[in-house]
Write a protein that binds this ligand. Structure first.
Ligand SMILES: [Fe+2]
Length: 332
């Protein structure tokens, strides 16, 4: 989810091979409920690189964790159910976006078109696992960014050739960027066993570039993408490469949250985006005000003096929160 120049979707998207032949009618599919004990494949904690490991100061982010190694998250069955939810005519008619950054994206499928995927990302067990990997309690930011799908159907021979020719120089598929949201989780939705490349390149504090290998089908990588400069590298060797990305923010309303909509605005319908954005921002503010008032009243009842400087600081922070919230809403 990076800085992008977009163009309205469907008509200009010329990628619909292979997969288009398999598009089914959503109504033809039996509804399956997400069952964490059956559909989660997580077994043990993956290795992680911390901010410190990559030479960054711990206070640049909201957690000490920079990025995880790939780890099994969803079972093959669960991954296939999610695929079947997004490869329907309804989704391709209503959720397809194309930008220079990503030629073929399916966005806004949750919860309407992809109820299983929606449940999977919001299940308390899934969130607990991701939070454990991320080193901070996380929840999804917006429904629009629960389970966005990036599809690339590549000329694998061409990419393979390029990769072979450029053993020293990887082929970037995105520019260097930071994400719009604090954390992202990227899940591989294709059989990646024959793929080469597909890593995420990360810039360390000293300017050195390190690469984190890409996940296999059903596996995930967690990245604190808002605070770490990164770029996706091309993969070769697979007929299709489909990844699912979910965006997260801290559950605790008092933890810093610098989410923006820079890269989201061009790939979202304004009505839906600004409803979800406003709802989330106001909910966080409501929760902060509720807790603050509770503390204030308690202190008052106990006969303690009111901490005026602290109130002013708190109110200034909330004024800034509203200002930032409003700035991200760009009326046409
Ligand atoms: Fe990114």
């Amino acid at each position: 989810m990076a800085e992008v120049d977009s163009r309205p979707a469907a008509a200009k998207v010329d990628i619909k091979p292979i997969i288009s032949e398999r598009l089914s009618k959503a109504s033809a599919r039996p509804r399956v409920a997400f069952r964490p004990d059956e559909h989660l494949a997580y077994r043990e904690d993956p290795k992680v690189l911390t901010l410190k490991d990559i030479g960054l100061s711990e206070d640049v982010g909201i957690s000490p964790v920079a990025v995880s190694e790939p780890f099994p998250l969803f079972t093959e069955e669960a991954t296939n159910i999610m695929r079947s939810e997004v490869f329907t005519q309804e989704v391709w008619d209503n959720c397809l976006w194309s930008t220079d950054f990503a030629g073929c994206m399916l966005r806004g499928t949750c919860p309407k078109y992809a109820p299983f995927m929606n449940e999977a990302w919001k299940d308390p067990k899934t969130l607990a696992l991701l939070s454990k990997v991320a080193g901070i309690d996380l929840i999804p930011v917006l429904d629009l960014d629960v389970g966005s799908i990036n599809v690339s159907v590549q000329d694998s021979s061409e990419n393979q050739q390029k990769l072979e020719n450029q053993s020293e120089n990887d082929i970037p598929v995105t520019k260097w960027h930071v994400d719009s949201y604090p954390f992202v989780c990227v899940v591989m939705m294709s059989d990646a066993s024959q793929m080469t490349g597909g890593e995420t390149a990360i810039r360390t504090g000293s300017g050195e570039i390190i690469k984190v290998r890409g996940p296999q089908m059903g596996s995930a990588v967690v990245l604190q993408g808002r605070y770490i400069s990164h770029q996706a590298l091309a993969a070769a060797g697979g007929a299709e490469r489909i990844t699912m990305i979910a965006a997260f923010r801290p559950r605790d309303p008092f933890v810093s949250d610098t989410s923006v909509l820079t890269s989201i605005r061009p790939i979202s319908h304004p009505s839906e985006l600004y409803f979800q954005w406003t709802e989330y921002r106001v909910e966080v503010l409501q929760e902060r005000l509720r807790i603050m008032l509770e503390v204030l009243r308690k202190e008052h009842v106990l006969g303690h003096p009111t901490d005026v400087a602290k109130i002013k600081e708190f109110l200034n922070q909330q004024a800034q929160w509203l200002l930032d919230t409003n700035t991200e809403i760009v009326a046409k």
